[in-house]
Design a protein around this ligand. Structure first.
Ligand code: SAM
Length: 293
């Protein structure tokens, strides 16, 4: 699926500096040069010979073609198999439609609302790396809203969604309010009872503070026993493992799926299955000691 290098194109060394005194350097081809979109983010698309296309917003990697399935499959299938009968899902961010691509594999799902502030993320993805979005762009259940999620969620009805997936950028620029107490309260409000939220938290090694903060935010509202931390290895986030906070509204967090996972129906899958569901949700001794004791 990865494109071959185009001759005579511009090359550069892109450096991601998300972590303290550590940076990741990628020698790559520039597909879309870094520029400010009309929606206030700096966007770039690169092509790396090993990692494939790499989408960057505000200097931070959003996904790499090589390992995007680890992240997108877990963000979509984990909550879908942790909730009894999910019918309506809200994706905050996720404009590339990578998470929506996985969600539309469930015939029982009635509605997937994708709320991303920046339509250029979708446009660039669909133009250069369309397989990231799969069938999502033409699936009638997927509704795309090019607006700030802060306003969208504030206006949504209480108990509207069975699953809320916060597939957002890190806590910078336009995403900053999504990491605050007010927004977290609104997410809690729009969830059904027994509904579940997942949200990016950060590298458990390199962003310990961010992971702790995101867990604390969820614990205050959902309660201790309702909150868990999924940890998955990714190349995209330097310093694996990467943490995703999962929280159930008025229910207990469990590492076991609520029903047997129909892996045949969900094909093509590259990472997710029944074992993966439990493995990422079980606490390692490290996670237990750092974040739960
Ligand atoms: N996996 C990625 C990561 O954590 O690095 C996230 C990918 S997804 C591309 C992140 C999306 O969040 C971007 O498309 C960005 O436009 C969107 N976003 C940031 N702030 C937002 C806001 N306030 N409302 C809606 N979408 C937002």
């Amino acid at each position: 699926m990865m494109s071959v290098r185009r001759p005579q194109s511009k090359r550069k060394i892109f450096r991601e500096r998300l972590y303290t005194n550590i940076s990741l350097g990628l020698e790559c081809e520039v597909i879309v040069r870094e520029h400010k979109t009309p929606f206030g983010q700096k966007l770039a698309l690169y092509l790396h010979t090993v990692l494939g296309h790499v989408l960057v917003l505000d200097g931070n990697i959003q996904w790499m073609e090589k390992d995007e399935a680890i992240y997108h499959e877990t963000m979509a299938h984990w909550p879908m198999n942790a909730v009894a009968a999910p019918r309506r899902v809200l994706v905050v961010g996720g404009g590339d439609l990578g998470v929506a691509r996985e969600l539309v594999k469930y015939p029982t799902l009635e509605q997937v609302d994708v709320v991303d502030i920046d339509p250029e993320v979708r446009e660039v993805t669909l133009k250069y790396v369309p397989h990231i979005a799969g069938n999502a762009p033409t699936d009638p259940r997927v509704r795309k809203f090019d607006v700030d999620a802060v306003h969208f969620v504030a206006e949504a009805a209480g108990g509207e969604y069975d699953v809320v997936i916060l597939d957002t950028t890190d806590e910078v620029n336009v995403a900053t309010p999504l990491f605050g107490d007010t927004f977290q309260r609104e997410v809690y409000r729009v969830l059904t009872e027994g509904g579940l939220m997942v949200r990016v938290a950060g590298s458990v090694f390199l962003q310990e503070g961010e992971v702790r903060k995101t867990l604390a935010l969820a614990r205050r509202l959902f309660g201790e026993g309702s909150v868990g931390l999924l940890t998955l290895p990714t190349m995209m986030y330097l310093g694996c493992f990467f943490g995703i906070v999962a929280a159930v509204k008025k229910g207990k967090f469990s590492a076991t799926p609520v029903r047997p996972i129909d892996s045949v129906q969900l094909q093509p899958l590259r990472w997710y299955d029944e074992r993966w569901h439990s493995v990422v949700a079980e606490r390692s001794a490290y996670v237990q000691e750092k974040f739960f004791s």
